[in-house]
Design a protein around this ligand. Structure first.
Ligand code: URA
Length: 181
């Protein structure tokens, strides 16, 4: 575990713990308020994120921005990160060993931000944070508790781009945050 942001950022920027380092343009560590009450965790960078070094700036990010607007939350108020910090080729899911290699980074980020609420975006975030036994369809929209934090899984915004019918669930889930803040 890294003790502060400087140590974490240095470790991430020099990381060669898995093969994803070979294809990256940028390490995508996280963005937003480092003292946020709410933290969002996605899967891993796509092409736009890899180019800019910032999470959720592509199509899925634009959807997140709309959701923030609807919730009356400013993007800069929350903290946003991913399970893996380097782009998986062709946007495939991160492999277990890649997610495992990156695990101490997201764990450090959670500890340093110390959010009250964590929103898990999609199955990869759900399984890596709460456990392999959880499925997104049955877990979304339910509150879990871990290390004294409230955890809410929901669909990944990219899933809404593939299947519009999920938008209503995503929105219902995110609205649940407003009762907790
Ligand atoms: N999808 C993710 O899971 N994370 C990003 O940063 C962008 C798209």
């Amino acid at each position: 575990m890294y003790q502060n942001w400087e140590e974490l950022e240095q470790a991430c920027n020099n990381c060669k713990k898995c093969k994803l380092c070979n294809g990256r343009k940028n390490v995508v560590i996280g963005t937003g308020n480092k003292n946020a009450k709410i933290m969002f965790i996605g899967e891993g960078p796509g092409a736009d994120e890899d180019t800019q070094g910032i999470p959720f700036v592509g199509k899925a990010g634009q959807l997140m921005n709309k959701a923030f607007e609807g919730l009356g939350i400013k993007r800069e108020e929350v903290y946003i990160a991913n399970i893996v910090k380097c782009r998986p080729p062709q946007n495939r899911n991160p492999e277990k060993e890649e997610a495992d290699a990156c695990k101490e980074y997201i764990e450090t980020q959670i500890n340093l931000v110390n959010p009250e609420i964590i929103i898990l975006l999609g199955s990869v975030a759900l399984k890596n944070i709460l456990g392999e036994q959880y499925g997104i369809t049955s877990s979304r929209g339910k509150w879990f508790e871990k290390d004294g934090r409230k955890i809410l899984p929901t669909f990944h915004p990219a899933a809404l781009l593939r299947d519009e019918t999920k938008k209503i669930n995503f929105w219902q889930d995110l609205k649940m945050i407003t009762n907790k803040i």
